[in-house]
Design a protein around this ligand. Structure first.
Ligand code: KIV
Ligand code: ZN
Length: 517
Protein backbone atom coordinates (compact mmCIF):
# COMPACT_ATOMS: atom_id res chain seq x y z
CA UNK A 1 0.00 0.00 0.00
CA UNK A 2 1.41 3.42 -0.84
CA UNK A 3 1.91 6.08 1.82
CA UNK A 4 0.62 9.59 1.22
CA UNK A 5 2.61 12.36 2.97
CA UNK A 6 0.77 14.82 5.18
CA UNK A 7 1.81 18.48 4.87
CA UNK A 8 0.29 20.59 7.62
CA UNK A 9 -0.15 24.31 7.03
CA UNK A 10 -2.17 25.21 10.14
CA UNK A 11 0.57 27.63 11.19
CA UNK A 12 0.73 29.35 7.79
CA UNK A 13 -2.46 29.08 5.69
CA UNK A 14 -4.47 28.36 8.87
CA UNK A 15 -3.06 31.43 10.55
CA UNK A 16 -4.33 33.46 7.60
CA UNK A 17 -7.87 33.00 9.01
CA UNK A 18 -9.35 36.38 9.96
CA UNK A 19 -8.60 37.29 13.56
CA UNK A 20 -6.09 34.49 14.12
CA UNK A 21 -2.68 35.54 15.32
CA UNK A 22 -0.50 33.06 17.16
CA UNK A 23 2.54 34.10 19.14
CA UNK A 24 5.80 32.16 19.01
CA UNK A 25 5.10 30.13 22.15
CA UNK A 26 1.72 29.07 20.79
CA UNK A 27 3.21 28.17 17.41
CA UNK A 28 5.82 25.96 19.08
CA UNK A 29 3.10 24.35 21.21
CA UNK A 30 0.99 23.52 18.14
CA UNK A 31 4.02 22.37 16.11
CA UNK A 32 5.05 20.01 18.93
CA UNK A 33 1.56 18.53 18.95
CA UNK A 34 1.62 18.20 15.14
CA UNK A 35 4.89 16.29 15.50
CA UNK A 36 3.16 13.97 17.99
CA UNK A 37 0.29 13.61 15.55
CA UNK A 38 2.80 12.31 13.00
CA UNK A 39 2.53 14.83 10.16
CA UNK A 40 5.47 14.72 7.72
CA UNK A 41 5.88 18.44 7.03
CA UNK A 42 5.03 21.43 9.22
CA UNK A 43 4.71 24.76 7.44
CA UNK A 44 5.65 27.05 10.32
CA UNK A 45 4.93 30.40 8.68
CA UNK A 46 6.15 32.93 6.14
CA UNK A 47 9.57 34.02 7.44
CA UNK A 48 9.91 37.04 5.13
CA UNK A 49 6.60 38.56 6.19
CA UNK A 50 7.95 40.08 9.44
CA UNK A 51 10.83 39.70 11.92
CA UNK A 52 8.27 38.20 14.34
CA UNK A 53 7.32 35.51 11.81
CA UNK A 54 10.98 34.76 11.07
CA UNK A 55 11.65 34.32 14.78
CA UNK A 56 8.63 32.03 15.19
CA UNK A 57 9.66 29.84 12.22
CA UNK A 58 13.16 29.58 13.69
CA UNK A 59 11.85 28.57 17.12
CA UNK A 60 9.62 25.90 15.56
CA UNK A 61 12.60 24.70 13.50
CA UNK A 62 14.67 24.33 16.69
CA UNK A 63 11.94 22.44 18.54
CA UNK A 64 10.94 19.87 15.89
CA UNK A 65 13.02 16.75 15.30
CA UNK A 66 10.66 14.25 13.67
CA UNK A 67 9.11 16.23 10.84
CA UNK A 68 10.40 18.57 8.13
CA UNK A 69 9.85 22.23 8.93
CA UNK A 70 9.19 24.65 6.12
CA UNK A 71 8.60 28.32 5.42
CA UNK A 72 6.64 29.77 2.57
CA UNK A 73 8.47 32.20 0.27
CA UNK A 74 7.44 34.28 -2.73
CA UNK A 75 9.55 33.70 -5.82
CA UNK A 76 12.03 36.38 -4.88
CA UNK A 77 15.57 36.04 -3.55
CA UNK A 78 14.95 38.06 -0.40
CA UNK A 79 12.16 35.70 0.71
CA UNK A 80 14.31 32.65 0.07
CA UNK A 81 17.21 34.19 2.03
CA UNK A 82 14.91 34.89 4.98
CA UNK A 83 13.50 31.37 4.85
CA UNK A 84 17.04 29.97 5.03
CA UNK A 85 17.92 32.36 7.86
CA UNK A 86 15.00 30.87 9.83
CA UNK A 87 15.38 27.23 8.80
CA UNK A 88 19.08 26.48 8.74
CA UNK A 89 18.81 25.23 12.33
CA UNK A 90 16.12 22.69 11.37
CA UNK A 91 16.80 18.95 11.44
CA UNK A 92 15.08 18.69 8.07
CA UNK A 93 14.56 22.11 6.42
CA UNK A 94 12.24 22.53 3.46
CA UNK A 95 11.63 25.56 1.25
CA UNK A 96 8.16 26.24 -0.13
CA UNK A 97 8.26 28.69 -3.06
CA UNK A 98 5.16 29.78 -4.91
CA UNK A 99 4.24 31.73 -8.00
CA UNK A 100 0.79 32.15 -9.54
CA UNK A 101 0.29 30.63 -12.99
CA UNK A 102 -3.38 31.23 -13.98
CA UNK A 103 -4.29 33.80 -16.69
CA UNK A 104 -6.11 36.11 -14.24
CA UNK A 105 -3.13 36.19 -11.84
CA UNK A 106 -0.61 36.56 -14.69
CA UNK A 107 -2.48 39.46 -16.26
CA UNK A 108 -3.78 41.43 -13.26
CA UNK A 109 -1.73 40.53 -10.20
CA UNK A 110 1.71 39.76 -11.56
CA UNK A 111 1.63 41.48 -14.98
CA UNK A 112 4.01 38.80 -16.23
CA UNK A 113 4.08 36.87 -19.51
CA UNK A 114 4.13 33.06 -19.60
CA UNK A 115 7.84 33.18 -20.49
CA UNK A 116 8.61 35.43 -17.52
CA UNK A 117 6.70 33.08 -15.22
CA UNK A 118 8.66 30.06 -16.48
CA UNK A 119 12.01 31.84 -16.18
CA UNK A 120 11.27 33.07 -12.65
CA UNK A 121 10.26 29.56 -11.53
CA UNK A 122 13.48 28.18 -12.98
CA UNK A 123 15.73 30.80 -11.39
CA UNK A 124 14.12 30.78 -7.96
CA UNK A 125 14.06 26.99 -7.58
CA UNK A 126 17.74 26.88 -8.56
CA UNK A 127 18.46 29.68 -6.08
CA UNK A 128 16.63 27.83 -3.28
CA UNK A 129 18.38 24.56 -4.08
CA UNK A 130 21.76 26.17 -3.30
CA UNK A 131 20.92 25.76 0.41
CA UNK A 132 17.78 23.73 0.84
CA UNK A 133 17.96 19.93 0.45
CA UNK A 134 14.22 19.84 -0.35
CA UNK A 135 12.30 22.45 -2.34
CA UNK A 136 8.56 22.45 -2.94
CA UNK A 137 7.18 24.61 -5.72
CA UNK A 138 3.51 25.64 -5.70
CA UNK A 139 1.80 26.87 -8.86
CA UNK A 140 -0.69 29.18 -7.17
CA UNK A 141 -4.17 28.97 -8.75
CA UNK A 142 -3.10 25.86 -10.68
CA UNK A 143 -6.78 24.88 -10.72
CA UNK A 144 -7.59 27.75 -13.11
CA UNK A 145 -4.40 27.46 -15.17
CA UNK A 146 -4.52 26.21 -18.80
CA UNK A 147 -3.49 22.54 -18.64
CA UNK A 148 -0.95 22.91 -21.42
CA UNK A 149 0.79 25.83 -19.71
CA UNK A 150 0.58 24.03 -16.36
CA UNK A 151 2.52 21.11 -17.83
CA UNK A 152 5.21 23.53 -19.02
CA UNK A 153 5.33 24.97 -15.47
CA UNK A 154 5.72 21.51 -13.91
CA UNK A 155 8.31 20.51 -16.51
CA UNK A 156 10.35 23.65 -15.81
CA UNK A 157 10.11 23.15 -12.04
CA UNK A 158 11.33 19.56 -12.38
CA UNK A 159 14.26 20.60 -14.57
CA UNK A 160 15.21 23.32 -12.08
CA UNK A 161 15.43 20.72 -9.31
CA UNK A 162 12.14 20.92 -7.38
CA UNK A 163 11.44 17.86 -5.24
CA UNK A 164 7.74 18.40 -4.60
CA UNK A 165 5.28 20.10 -6.94
CA UNK A 166 2.07 21.37 -5.45
CA UNK A 167 -0.91 22.16 -7.67
CA UNK A 168 -3.40 24.04 -5.49
CA UNK A 169 -7.05 24.76 -6.07
CA UNK A 170 -6.37 28.17 -4.52
CA UNK A 171 -9.90 29.51 -4.80
CA UNK A 172 -11.80 26.26 -4.16
CA UNK A 173 -13.34 26.35 -7.65
CA UNK A 174 -12.89 22.86 -9.06
CA UNK A 175 -15.06 19.77 -8.78
CA UNK A 176 -13.44 16.52 -7.58
CA UNK A 177 -13.51 15.12 -11.15
CA UNK A 178 -11.82 18.23 -12.59
CA UNK A 179 -9.14 18.28 -9.89
CA UNK A 180 -8.34 14.59 -10.40
CA UNK A 181 -8.28 15.11 -14.17
CA UNK A 182 -5.71 17.89 -13.78
CA UNK A 183 -3.32 15.56 -11.92
CA UNK A 184 -3.88 12.75 -14.45
CA UNK A 185 -3.11 15.14 -17.30
CA UNK A 186 0.13 16.25 -15.63
CA UNK A 187 1.17 12.66 -14.93
CA UNK A 188 0.54 11.68 -18.55
CA UNK A 189 2.05 14.72 -20.24
CA UNK A 190 5.13 15.83 -18.29
CA UNK A 191 8.41 13.95 -18.80
CA UNK A 192 10.14 12.67 -15.62
CA UNK A 193 7.09 13.55 -13.50
CA UNK A 194 7.65 10.33 -11.57
CA UNK A 195 10.93 11.75 -10.20
CA UNK A 196 9.04 14.31 -8.05
CA UNK A 197 6.25 14.14 -5.51
CA UNK A 198 2.94 15.67 -6.58
CA UNK A 199 0.95 17.46 -3.90
CA UNK A 200 -2.70 18.55 -3.52
CA UNK A 201 -3.74 21.72 -1.68
CA UNK A 202 -7.46 22.55 -1.62
CA UNK A 203 -9.57 25.42 -0.36
CA UNK A 204 -13.15 25.06 0.76
CA UNK A 205 -15.01 27.91 -0.96
CA UNK A 206 -17.60 25.50 -2.38
CA UNK A 207 -17.32 23.03 0.50
CA UNK A 208 -15.31 20.61 -1.67
CA UNK A 209 -11.80 20.82 -0.17
CA UNK A 210 -11.86 17.36 1.44
CA UNK A 211 -13.63 15.72 -1.53
CA UNK A 212 -11.10 17.30 -3.90
CA UNK A 213 -8.15 16.12 -1.77
CA UNK A 214 -9.53 12.57 -1.80
CA UNK A 215 -10.04 12.75 -5.57
CA UNK A 216 -6.40 13.84 -5.90
CA UNK A 217 -5.33 10.85 -3.79
CA UNK A 218 -7.23 8.60 -6.19
CA UNK A 219 -5.46 10.31 -9.08
CA UNK A 220 -2.17 9.25 -7.49
CA UNK A 221 -0.80 12.31 -5.63
CA UNK A 222 1.96 11.64 -3.11
CA UNK A 223 1.11 14.39 -0.64
CA UNK A 224 -1.94 16.19 0.69
CA UNK A 225 -1.88 19.61 2.32
CA UNK A 226 -4.38 21.04 4.77
CA UNK A 227 -4.99 22.38 8.23
CA UNK A 228 -6.35 21.08 11.51
CA UNK A 229 -10.09 21.82 11.81
CA UNK A 230 -9.95 23.12 8.22
CA UNK A 231 -9.08 26.66 9.31
CA UNK A 232 -7.60 29.05 6.74
CA UNK A 233 -8.20 31.88 4.25
CA UNK A 234 -11.90 32.59 3.58
CA UNK A 235 -13.81 29.28 3.94
CA UNK A 236 -10.60 27.54 4.95
CA UNK A 237 -8.46 24.64 3.75
CA UNK A 238 -9.05 20.90 3.56
CA UNK A 239 -9.48 19.61 7.12
CA UNK A 240 -6.58 17.20 7.56
CA UNK A 241 -8.37 15.11 10.19
CA UNK A 242 -11.19 14.47 7.71
CA UNK A 243 -8.93 13.45 4.82
CA UNK A 244 -6.83 11.24 7.09
CA UNK A 245 -9.83 9.52 8.70
CA UNK A 246 -11.51 9.02 5.33
CA UNK A 247 -8.53 7.07 4.01
CA UNK A 248 -8.17 5.14 7.26
CA UNK A 249 -11.86 4.23 7.58
CA UNK A 250 -12.08 3.32 3.88
CA UNK A 251 -8.58 1.84 3.56
CA UNK A 252 -9.56 -0.99 1.19
CA UNK A 253 -11.20 1.59 -1.07
CA UNK A 254 -8.46 4.26 -1.17
CA UNK A 255 -5.56 1.78 -0.86
CA UNK A 256 -3.30 4.34 0.84
CA UNK A 257 -2.03 4.98 4.32
CA UNK A 258 -0.53 7.92 6.21
CA UNK A 259 1.92 8.18 9.10
CA UNK A 260 -0.70 9.84 11.31
CA UNK A 261 -1.13 8.70 14.89
CA UNK A 262 -4.94 8.83 14.85
CA UNK A 263 -5.31 8.84 18.61
CA UNK A 264 -3.77 12.34 18.69
CA UNK A 265 -6.36 13.82 16.33
CA UNK A 266 -8.89 14.99 18.89
CA UNK A 267 -6.29 16.49 21.16
CA UNK A 268 -4.66 18.35 18.25
CA UNK A 269 -8.01 19.71 17.17
CA UNK A 270 -8.78 21.03 20.66
CA UNK A 271 -5.37 22.64 21.03
CA UNK A 272 -5.65 24.41 17.67
CA UNK A 273 -9.17 25.54 18.50
CA UNK A 274 -8.10 26.84 21.90
CA UNK A 275 -5.02 28.72 20.69
CA UNK A 276 -6.53 30.17 17.53
CA UNK A 277 -9.86 30.94 19.20
CA UNK A 278 -11.59 29.32 16.21
CA UNK A 279 -14.60 27.45 17.46
CA UNK A 280 -15.23 23.88 16.19
CA UNK A 281 -18.95 23.51 15.32
CA UNK A 282 -20.75 20.67 17.12
CA UNK A 283 -21.60 18.88 13.89
CA UNK A 284 -18.08 19.10 12.43
CA UNK A 285 -16.97 15.70 11.08
CA UNK A 286 -14.47 13.73 13.23
CA UNK A 287 -13.82 16.37 15.93
CA UNK A 288 -17.17 18.13 16.55
CA UNK A 289 -18.77 17.61 19.97
CA UNK A 290 -21.66 15.69 18.35
CA UNK A 291 -19.63 13.72 15.81
CA UNK A 292 -20.21 10.52 17.81
CA UNK A 293 -23.48 11.40 19.59
CA UNK A 294 -26.63 9.42 18.82
CA UNK A 295 -29.77 11.39 19.51
CA UNK A 296 -32.79 9.61 18.05
CA UNK A 297 -34.32 6.64 19.85
CA UNK A 298 -34.03 4.42 16.78
CA UNK A 299 -30.31 5.18 16.45
CA UNK A 300 -29.66 4.70 20.18
CA UNK A 301 -31.45 1.37 20.08
CA UNK A 302 -29.38 0.27 17.07
CA UNK A 303 -26.08 1.33 18.67
CA UNK A 304 -26.91 -0.51 21.90
CA UNK A 305 -27.52 -3.70 19.90
CA UNK A 306 -24.47 -3.27 17.68
CA UNK A 307 -22.35 -0.10 17.51
CA UNK A 308 -21.68 -0.58 13.82
CA UNK A 309 -25.34 0.02 12.95
CA UNK A 310 -24.69 3.76 13.10
CA UNK A 311 -20.96 4.13 13.88
CA UNK A 312 -18.40 3.79 11.09
CA UNK A 313 -15.50 4.61 13.42
CA UNK A 314 -15.24 4.80 17.17
CA UNK A 315 -14.50 7.99 19.14
CA UNK A 316 -11.52 6.19 20.74
CA UNK A 317 -9.87 5.87 17.28
CA UNK A 318 -9.39 9.64 17.20
CA UNK A 319 -8.50 9.83 20.90
CA UNK A 320 -11.86 11.04 22.18
CA UNK A 321 -12.71 9.39 25.46
CA UNK A 322 -16.20 9.39 26.91
CA UNK A 323 -16.78 12.01 29.61
CA UNK A 324 -16.44 10.02 32.80
CA UNK A 325 -16.68 11.08 36.41
CA UNK A 326 -13.06 10.93 37.43
CA UNK A 327 -12.03 13.12 40.30
CA UNK A 328 -13.68 15.15 43.03
CA UNK A 329 -13.11 17.56 45.86
CA UNK A 330 -11.17 15.04 47.93
CA UNK A 331 -8.81 13.85 45.19
CA UNK A 332 -5.18 14.48 45.98
CA UNK A 333 -2.37 16.04 44.00
CA UNK A 334 -0.86 12.67 43.08
CA UNK A 335 -4.15 11.26 41.72
CA UNK A 336 -4.65 14.47 39.77
CA UNK A 337 -1.17 14.32 38.23
CA UNK A 338 -1.45 10.61 37.39
CA UNK A 339 -4.84 11.08 35.79
CA UNK A 340 -3.57 13.88 33.55
CA UNK A 341 -0.72 11.59 32.48
CA UNK A 342 -3.24 8.86 31.62
CA UNK A 343 -5.17 11.33 29.51
CA UNK A 344 -1.95 12.13 27.62
CA UNK A 345 -1.23 15.49 29.27
CA UNK A 346 1.91 14.97 31.36
CA UNK A 347 2.83 18.05 33.40
CA UNK A 348 5.95 19.18 35.23
CA UNK A 349 5.80 19.58 39.03
CA UNK A 350 5.74 23.34 38.56
CA UNK A 351 2.83 23.18 36.11
CA UNK A 352 0.95 20.85 38.45
CA UNK A 353 1.15 23.45 41.23
CA UNK A 354 -0.86 26.02 39.28
CA UNK A 355 -3.22 23.47 37.74
CA UNK A 356 -3.97 21.74 41.02
CA UNK A 357 -4.98 25.04 42.62
CA UNK A 358 -7.38 25.66 39.70
CA UNK A 359 -8.68 22.09 40.02
CA UNK A 360 -9.46 22.61 43.73
CA UNK A 361 -11.27 25.86 42.95
CA UNK A 362 -13.30 24.01 40.33
CA UNK A 363 -14.02 21.08 42.66
CA UNK A 364 -15.46 23.54 45.17
CA UNK A 365 -17.94 24.77 42.59
CA UNK A 366 -18.62 21.57 40.64
CA UNK A 367 -19.41 18.19 42.16
CA UNK A 368 -18.33 15.88 39.39
CA UNK A 369 -15.16 16.56 37.48
CA UNK A 370 -14.86 14.78 34.14
CA UNK A 371 -12.04 14.18 31.67
CA UNK A 372 -13.42 17.02 29.55
CA UNK A 373 -13.22 19.40 32.52
CA UNK A 374 -9.61 18.43 33.20
CA UNK A 375 -8.63 18.88 29.56
CA UNK A 376 -10.32 22.31 29.57
CA UNK A 377 -8.22 23.26 32.62
CA UNK A 378 -4.97 22.17 30.99
CA UNK A 379 -5.84 23.90 27.74
CA UNK A 380 -6.59 27.09 29.56
CA UNK A 381 -3.06 27.02 30.95
CA UNK A 382 -1.52 26.57 27.49
CA UNK A 383 -0.59 29.96 26.10
CA UNK A 384 -0.57 31.55 29.55
CA UNK A 385 2.63 33.16 30.67
CA UNK A 386 3.04 36.21 28.50
CA UNK A 387 -0.19 38.06 29.21
CA UNK A 388 0.04 41.78 29.82
CA UNK A 389 -2.99 41.78 32.14
CA UNK A 390 -4.50 39.04 34.31
CA UNK A 391 -7.85 38.89 36.07
CA UNK A 392 -7.54 39.13 39.85
CA UNK A 393 -11.22 39.32 40.80
CA UNK A 394 -14.65 40.13 39.47
CA UNK A 395 -17.84 41.30 41.14
CA UNK A 396 -21.23 41.96 39.57
CA UNK A 397 -24.41 43.58 40.65
CA UNK A 398 -27.56 42.81 38.67
CA UNK A 399 -31.30 43.26 39.22
CA UNK A 400 -34.39 43.48 36.99
CA UNK A 401 -34.76 47.20 37.65
CA UNK A 402 -31.17 48.35 38.08
CA UNK A 403 -28.32 48.94 35.68
CA UNK A 404 -25.89 45.99 35.70
CA UNK A 405 -22.56 47.06 37.19
CA UNK A 406 -19.22 45.27 37.09
CA UNK A 407 -16.23 45.82 39.34
CA UNK A 408 -12.95 44.25 38.26
CA UNK A 409 -9.44 44.00 39.59
CA UNK A 410 -6.78 43.44 36.93
CA UNK A 411 -3.05 43.03 37.42
CA UNK A 412 -0.54 44.54 35.02
CA UNK A 413 1.92 41.67 34.96
CA UNK A 414 5.03 43.63 34.13
CA UNK A 415 4.74 46.24 36.88
CA UNK A 416 2.57 44.33 39.35
CA UNK A 417 0.21 47.33 39.46
CA UNK A 418 -3.41 46.56 40.42
CA UNK A 419 -6.03 48.29 38.29
CA UNK A 420 -9.46 48.49 39.88
CA UNK A 421 -12.43 49.85 37.93
CA UNK A 422 -16.21 49.71 37.75
CA UNK A 423 -18.66 50.42 34.92
CA UNK A 424 -22.34 49.98 34.06
CA UNK A 425 -23.58 48.38 30.87
CA UNK A 426 -26.68 47.29 28.96
CA UNK A 427 -26.22 43.85 30.45
CA UNK A 428 -23.72 42.14 32.75
CA UNK A 429 -21.43 41.06 29.88
CA UNK A 430 -21.46 44.56 28.44
CA UNK A 431 -20.63 45.98 31.90
CA UNK A 432 -17.65 43.62 32.23
CA UNK A 433 -16.28 44.53 28.81
CA UNK A 434 -16.69 48.26 29.46
CA UNK A 435 -14.88 47.87 32.79
CA UNK A 436 -11.92 46.16 31.14
CA UNK A 437 -11.74 48.94 28.51
CA UNK A 438 -11.82 51.56 31.22
CA UNK A 439 -9.17 49.87 33.39
CA UNK A 440 -6.79 49.52 30.46
CA UNK A 441 -7.62 52.91 28.97
CA UNK A 442 -8.39 51.56 25.50
CA UNK A 443 -11.67 50.85 23.71
CA UNK A 444 -11.94 47.54 21.85
CA UNK A 445 -14.75 46.67 19.41
CA UNK A 446 -16.55 43.39 19.96
CA UNK A 447 -17.06 41.57 16.65
CA UNK A 448 -18.17 38.16 17.85
CA UNK A 449 -19.25 36.46 21.07
CA UNK A 450 -20.05 32.75 21.59
CA UNK A 451 -20.86 30.70 24.62
CA UNK A 452 -21.09 26.93 25.06
CA UNK A 453 -20.89 24.39 27.85
CA UNK A 454 -17.85 22.12 28.02
CA UNK A 455 -19.75 19.22 29.59
CA UNK A 456 -23.33 18.42 30.55
CA UNK A 457 -25.21 19.40 33.71
CA UNK A 458 -26.17 22.63 35.41
CA UNK A 459 -22.74 23.03 36.97
CA UNK A 460 -20.89 22.45 33.68
CA UNK A 461 -17.91 24.59 32.76
CA UNK A 462 -18.91 27.40 30.40
CA UNK A 463 -16.59 28.36 27.58
CA UNK A 464 -16.79 31.81 26.01
CA UNK A 465 -15.03 32.86 22.85
CA UNK A 466 -14.86 36.45 21.60
CA UNK A 467 -13.37 38.31 18.68
CA UNK A 468 -12.20 41.90 19.20
CA UNK A 469 -10.97 44.63 16.93
CA UNK A 470 -8.46 47.38 17.61
CA UNK A 471 -7.77 49.58 14.58
CA UNK A 472 -7.00 47.27 11.67
CA UNK A 473 -6.19 44.25 13.86
CA UNK A 474 -8.56 41.61 15.13
CA UNK A 475 -7.92 38.86 17.69
CA UNK A 476 -9.83 36.02 19.24
CA UNK A 477 -9.84 35.03 22.88
CA UNK A 478 -11.29 32.28 25.05
CA UNK A 479 -12.18 31.84 28.69
CA UNK A 480 -13.46 28.94 30.77
CA UNK A 481 -15.20 28.96 34.15
CA UNK A 482 -18.20 27.44 35.91
CA UNK A 483 -19.53 31.00 35.85
CA UNK A 484 -20.27 32.29 32.36
CA UNK A 485 -19.69 35.91 33.36
CA UNK A 486 -16.24 35.10 34.68
CA UNK A 487 -15.62 33.09 31.48
CA UNK A 488 -16.68 36.18 29.50
CA UNK A 489 -14.21 38.38 31.40
CA UNK A 490 -11.41 35.84 30.85
CA UNK A 491 -12.18 35.54 27.13
CA UNK A 492 -12.28 39.31 26.67
CA UNK A 493 -9.00 39.75 28.52
CA UNK A 494 -7.40 36.95 26.50
CA UNK A 495 -8.27 38.76 23.24
CA UNK A 496 -7.16 42.12 24.70
CA UNK A 497 -3.79 40.62 25.65
CA UNK A 498 -3.33 39.23 22.14
CA UNK A 499 -4.16 42.56 20.50
CA UNK A 500 -1.95 44.61 22.81
CA UNK A 501 0.93 42.16 22.51
CA UNK A 502 0.67 42.31 18.74
CA UNK A 503 0.70 46.12 18.75
CA UNK A 504 3.76 45.98 20.99
CA UNK A 505 5.50 43.40 18.77
CA UNK A 506 4.77 45.36 15.64
CA UNK A 507 6.24 48.51 17.25
CA UNK A 508 9.38 46.53 18.14
CA UNK A 509 9.64 45.10 14.64
CA UNK A 510 9.13 48.52 13.05
CA UNK A 511 11.89 50.03 15.16
CA UNK A 512 14.18 47.09 14.40
CA UNK A 513 13.45 47.59 10.68
CA UNK A 514 14.42 51.24 11.05
CA UNK A 515 17.67 50.27 12.78
CA UNK A 516 18.50 47.82 9.99
CA UNK A 517 17.54 50.02 7.04
O1 KIV B 1 -3.82 28.25 -1.72
C1 KIV B 1 -2.70 28.42 -2.23
O2 KIV B 1 -2.54 28.51 -3.45
C2 KIV B 1 -1.59 28.55 -1.34
C3 KIV B 1 -0.24 28.51 -1.99
C4 KIV B 1 0.62 29.62 -1.59
C5 KIV B 1 0.38 27.18 -1.76
O3 KIV B 1 -1.73 28.59 -0.14
ZN1 ZN C 1 -3.75 27.85 0.41
Amino acid sequence: MRTVQVFDTTLRDGEQSPGVNLNTKEKVEIATQLERLGVNIIEAGFAASSPGDLFAVKEVAKAIKNASVCSMARSIKKDIDQAWEALQVAESPLLHIFLATSPIHREYKLRMSKEEILDTIDQMIRYGKRWFPVVEFSAEDAGRTELEFLSQVVDRAIRAGADIINLPDTVGYLSPEEYAKMFRYIRENVPRVDTVKLSAHCHDDLGLAVANSLAAIQAGVDQIEGTINGIGERAGNAALEEVVMAVKTREPYYQVQTTINHKEIYRTSRLVSKLTGMYVPGNKAIVGANAFAHESGIHQDGVLKNKETYEIMSPETVGKSESKLVLGKHSGRHAFKTHLEKLGYPQSEEQIDGLFARFKELADRKKEITDEDLIALVEEKVGEGNELYTLESIQLSYGSHTLPTATLRLKAKKTGEILEEAACGNGSVDAIFKTVDRAIGQKFDLIDYHIRSVTEGKDALGEVSVQLQLGESTARGRGVSTDVLEASARAYLDAVNRLLRRTKESKVSQSSKMVHS
